[in-house]
Write a protein that binds this ligand. Sequence first.
Ligand code: ADP
Ligand code: MG
Length: 330
Amino acid sequence: MSTTLISVDKLNKQYLPGQASGISDLSFDISSGQIFAIIGESGSGKSTLLKSIYGLLKPDSGTILFEGKKVKGPDEQLVPGHPQMKMVTQDFSLNIYAKVYDNIASQLSNTNVRLKESKTLAMMEQLRIAHLRNKKIVELSGGEQQRVAIARALVSDTRVLLLDEPFSQVDSLLKNQLRADIKNLVAETGVTVILVSHDPADGLFLADQLLILRAGKLQQTGTPRNVYEHPQNIYTAKLLGNAIVLNRSEADAIGIKTGKEHVVIYPEWASLNGGWNSRRFEVKEIFYKGFYEELVLERNGVEIRALQLNSTAHKKHEHVQVQLTRFLEF
Ligand code: ADP
Ligand code: MG
């Protein structure tokens, strides 16, 4: 079983009084040795929350505990930031004219030069940047700089790695590689990662625990699968699941009776099968997505979406039988 490493309790920070601009009343726990992802749109308070956890920002109220001890705010210590945490921000904060090796080694003391060297080399191996040892930071790609920044943050026995939008500088191929590397890193070193991103895919792929933030307020926490499968509100379903939202009369038009205001359907719940409860839809549009296609299907003026892997099986304007295997009501 994992144990609680960080506890956030009723945390508030408002930049402008009387206006929602910051975070409000956040309470949650972060387990040791896990990847905890905070997902929300730009301006939802992700960086504010991350800085508060690190001790760079003084909250208006509420507490943050690290192993049961209060995390000190910037006014309570000489060097702001918890000594056992490190934050990597979008700008990486590297010494760009120094070599990769020196950027990382500079985090360690000179009292044991041999240990300093072996630790630096081990960390470079782990992040697959050993071959870049003598290059200067200015000579590296964005993805390589990212790895150096993480190595630099982790080399000094860091317990918690805080990553603020870690994939915003890298292209999609590299992004997948970096995501996988971060996963491996956590498995191998036991470091706890708190990562902030506007991209739900980062949370779904990487996280052990997910927290959805909207306008400074906590929407939902849980495992990615649980949050995705059981969103507690329409916002979360739309953010994570590319969901279609229908009102009651629209739902009725495609054969769903509900006593609630809205019905939410993920595309994968619309199955192109005949059956006793299937209904006839027209294929309005087909969007090519590479290994699959997304179909826009219409019945009585209401559109839903479906996915098909076996592309070219259906054509535009064709009629198909559709079974809705599941829907949510809000
Ligand atoms: P995110 O990282 O999710 O984009 P932030 O935590 O940076 O969001 O910001 C949350 C909200 O607080 C935004 O509305 C932002 O404009 C506001 N904000 C952030 N920093 C400050 C500041 N120093 N002064 C005033 N408002 C701020
Ligand atoms: Mg931010």
